[in-house]
Design a protein around this ligand. Structure first.
Ligand code: ZN
Length: 86
């Protein structure tokens, strides 16, 4: 399956975090690579959406919609830093 990039989940991230997150920096818990969420590899597959580290392909985020609510699993992230404005 072709991977999308993190911009594909920009709308969902906004729903979950209430703010624009594609520019936020995530740190992979497996390999320590850090980069904007927009640069993760995203796989849209039922019943959830998976974002993988571009360096080591470990799962960094999992989104599952349950009864209309977005549930997010960030266990694959060692850190998540909001983008600085200005
Ligand atoms: Zn990694």
């Amino acid at each position: 399956m072709d991977a999308l990039d993190g911009n594909a989940i920009g709308g969902m991230l906004h729903e979950v975090f209430g703010t624009e997150m594609t520019a936020a920096r995530g740190t992979c818990a497996t390999c320590g690579a850090a980069g904007p969420l927009a640069e993760t590899m995203v796989y849209l597959r039922a019943p959830g959406t998976v974002a993988r580290c571009r360096v080591c392909t470990s799962v960094v985020m999992v989104f599952v919609k349950v009864r209309g609510m977005n549930c997010v699993d960030l266990r694959g992230l060692a850190a998540l830093t909001a983008a600085e404005h200005g």
